[in-house]
Design a protein around this ligand. Structure first.
Ligand code: ATP
Ligand code: MG
Length: 322
């Protein structure tokens, strides 16, 4: 069961970054490239910005540097209505960064600086504790497992939110560059407690702890632990699985400009609509244009959407993919 918005804000803990992207597709960063950015980013920040823009209560525990990269993010989150009271400012370390380059096959290579940036300094400050005491839902991003000390914070935050009747969601959001020897065990521990799982592609099997099984087998195994699963399939749409039903939500046909953040916007929209009281089917119908709009806009957070911004997309002659 997802706790209603009235219980308290959706809270997430994790990295705030700027993203800097290579303008030309290719492999890696081993030579000089044309780059574009900085763009406000960080999976937890994108997610929480989308929650706020759809009118849900939304807050983030994070740490940025005392620099323009940090201010660019904090200003954006505040402008979009997220609670920024627990974004600490490190006096010593710069805001985290992610360099991304799209491969011609649609894959992505990243160079991250998270653990050794201000993002690695996330701590349970008094402001973070105050948010924890009133949160109605906790959203965990698997990418945040790569931040030292963050696991200890999650081990405090998960029972705190659950014990006041709050709910828990997980987006595994695994990046090959951010996998550590602990990732699988931590994923399993959060999966075992979560009310909503939002995997994408092979994260479904990894969340089930069954890396090589067909989709149906991974879903069946996960449904014994998680009541609600939404599998994201990029431009192929998304599928909701519960014990009682399966709903396939097609993707909207759009021109992809910058796909990073689609999953976070999709997840933020879905969760927020669920917490505001809508049943799963209309939530999927809101989440799909949130994900689709994000890929049409340069910059991960810049693609987060308010409700009216969906209208032209929904009304567009291109309509749904089939
Ligand atoms: P990321 O981790 O990069 O944020 P993800 O892998 O978690 O993304 P995706 O499956 O890429 O998530 O995207 C989430 C949703 O957004 C999809 O289910 C779909 O509804 C929408 N979406 C993503 N890419 C496209 C696209 N090219 N065209 C239309 N809709 C898209
Ligand atoms: Mg993702």
């Amino acid at each position: 069961m997802l706790a209603p918005d009235t219980l308290g804000p959706t809270l997430t803990l994790g990295e705030i970054l700027v993203e800097i992207m290579a303008t030309d597709p290719g492999h890696g960063f081993d030579r000089p490239l044309n780059l574009r950015g900085p763009f406000a980013s960080g999976a937890p920040a994108i997610f929480i910005d989308q929650c706020a823009r759809l009118g849900g209560q939304a807050a983030i525990v994070a740490c940025v540097g005392d620099d323009d990269f940090g201010r660019l993010n904090t200003d954006r989150l505040a402008k979009d209505g997220a609670d920024t009271s627990a974004i600490a400012i490190s006096p010593d370390l710069p805001t985290g960064t992610a360099f991304v380059r799209y491969r011609p096959d649609g894959g992505r290579d990243f160079v991250f600086n998270i653990a050794k940036s201000a993002a690695g300094q996330i701590a349970m400050t008094p402001a973070a504790k105050a948010l924890l005491a009133k949160a109605g839902h906790l959203h965990v991003m698997g990418s945040a497992f790569a931040i030292p000390h963050l696991w200890a914070l999650l081990e405090e935050a998960i029972p705190a939110v659950k014990s006041r009747g709050g709910s828990l969601s997980l987006d595994p959001n695994l990046r090959k560059e951010l996998m550590t020897p602990q990732t699988a065990a931590r994923l399993a521990q959060v999966v075992a407690q979560c009310d909503l799982l939002l995997p994408s592609g092979p994260e479904l099997q990894l969340a089930a702890g069954l890396p090589d099984v067909p989709e149906a087998e991974a879903v069946a195994a996960l449904l014994t632990r998680v009541p609600e699963i939404v599998l994201k399939r990029g431009d192929q749409g998304a599928t909701l699985f519960t014990a009682e039903s399966r709903i396939d939500q097609p993707a909207f046909a759009v021109t992809e400009i910058d796909p990073t953040g689609a999953g976070d916007c999709f997840g933020g929209a879905y969760l927020t609509a669920r917490r505001l009281g809508l049943p799963p089917a209309p939530c999927l119908q809101l989440a799909a244009p949130a994900g689709a709009r994000n890929v049409t806009v340069l910059g991960p957070i810049a693609g987060a959407t308010t409700l009216p911004a969906f209208d032209p997309l929904i009304a567009s002659s291109t309509g749904h993919r089939t």
